[in-house]
Design a protein around this ligand. Structure first.
Ligand SMILES: *Cc1c(COP(=O)(O)O)cnc(C)c1O
Length: 412
């Protein structure tokens, strides 16, 4: 979608606002499917936590995707969005047995990532097929907060615990129908990914009734020009060959599953914010926008770098700016960015704002969360209204009667 359309949306619906381009999502979906077209049975389960607006989930469902969920609430959202229970996989970490049972009762595929719950669930529900999340102990991922497959990680069942795992499966007579890993976000090195896959294949041989092998996700996407991304096509070629070979050894055609989040939605998202103040200090020029890390926390949380464009003045002279938010603590979107000259009132566009942006937003500083727009077939559709003051007060209990001033004592 082009800049003119983004500007029109900002004018019509106001800023700050998130805009998602359905066409980009669809083309990423197709790109990933094509990369693995050599696999007999492929399943993409969109990782809902990246962007969980119900209309986005409906779009994913319509594209033919399944859904990867990490909370019972995401499971329920997925069902509301029209996904069949069997198209949903529940991959939580550290949740209670009750939550897993609730998801299982809704008919979704359960994925268990620790031996304690596996033993309890298997003892109570031996007939429910379960997928297990393996920790292959491979160091992968863009930074320590999103690397989840290494030795110190809380995720998955360690490959060193396979004997214990097998004992539990044996004693409970439970049925393991899938095996899964998710080693972290921002995987660059395909060979590291393939190496982890070998560990998964090795582990898979221990189970006789597998239906699928889930390789998780973590495909790196570009955030700014020049960023390297996972070479999906090359990964597709190499893993397809290896997977088909494994299926032959295993004696059954298994489904190859992935659960991409970022890959499907990151680049489809644009975050638009209006410049409130241009402030020249002794050391820099700040452009302060009507937003902050309450709306887009990735720069402050992960040191993520989102490209920032001034779509109100795309031909203006380029100057250096620090783009900051209005939150009352350090709140920097980008430092020393070359951006077309900014005036107060201009609309800045933060690119690649589809994944882990709106879903991580909050009401910090008692601000409203932004509206969301789906751009579909050349038209803007409002898919979330901007919050209002009522939303800030919702669920708050005002105990004003507690603090009634005592009447002053009457002095005689
Ligand atoms: C977050 C998550 C994903 C998605 O990761 P991306 O880097 O966004 O593709 C996939 N699987 C699981 C289990 C996750 O927790």
């Amino acid at each position: 979608m082009n800049t003119q359309n983004l500007l029109k949306i900002a004018k019509q619906f106001g800023a700050p606002i998130y805009v998602y381009d359905a066409e980009t999502i669809a083309s990423q979906y197709t790109r990933l499917t094509n990369a693995f077209k050599g696999v007999g049975s492929l399943r993409l389960n969109y990782a809902a936590k990246a962007l969980s607006n119900i209309s986005i989930l409906r779009l994913m469902n319509q594209l033919g995707s399944g859904l990867d969920t990490v909370s019972i609430q995401e499971v329920k959202l997925g069902l509301m969005a029209g996904f069949k229970p069997e198209s949903i996989i529940f991959t939580p970490n550290g949740v209670s047995l009750e939550e897993i049972e609730e998801a299982s009762a809704l008919g979704v595929q359960i994925n268990i990532d620790n031996l304690s719950i596996l033993e309890q669930f298997g003892s109570k529900h031996p007939d429910v097929p379960v997928c297990i999340r393996i920790n292959p102990h491979v160091m992968a991922g863009g930074n320590s907060k999103i690397s989840v497959g290494h030795i110190d990680s809380k995720f998955g069942i360690s490959i060193h615990q396979i004997p214990h795992l097998l004992r539990i499966v044996d004693l409970t007579k439970m049925n393991i129908n899938g095996i899964h890993m998710h080693t972290g976000s921002d995987i660059l090195d395909i060979d590291v990914f393939l190496y982890a896959s070998e560990i998964l294949f090795d582990t898979a041989k221990n189970f006789k009734n597998l239906e699928f092998i889930d390789f998780g996700s973590g495909f790196k996407v570009p955030y700014k020009t020049g960023d390297i991304e996972t070479n999906i096509e090359e990964l597709g070629k190499k893993l397809t060959t290896r997977f088909n070979q494994f299926c032959e050894e295993y004696g059954k055609e298994l489904t190859l599953a992935f659960e991409p989040g970022k890959f499907l939605v990151s680049q489809a998202g644009h975050f638009l914010a209006k410049v409130n103040v241009v402030k020249q200090t002794t050391s820099t020029v700040f452009a302060s926008v009507d937003s902050g890390f309450n709306h887009l926390i990735r720069p402050m949380l992960y040191g993520a770098s989102h490209e920032i464009l001034n779509i109100s003045n795309p031909k203006g002279r380029e100057r250096y700016y620090s783009v900051v938010g209005y939150i009352c603590e350090t709140d920097t979107f980008g430092s020393n960015r070359r951006i077309n000259e900014i005036s107060e009132g201009d609309i800045l566009c933060f690119k690649s704002a589809g994944a882990y942006c709106f879903t991580m937003s909050s009401n910090y500083n008692s601000r409203f969360r932004p509206a969301e727009i789906l751009w579909y077939k050349g038209q803007a559709h409002l898919i979330r209204e901007r919050e209002t003051f009522d939303d800030i007060l919702r669920n708050q209990v005002d105990v004003k009667d507690l603090f009634i001033k005592p009447k002053p004592a009457v002095v005689k």
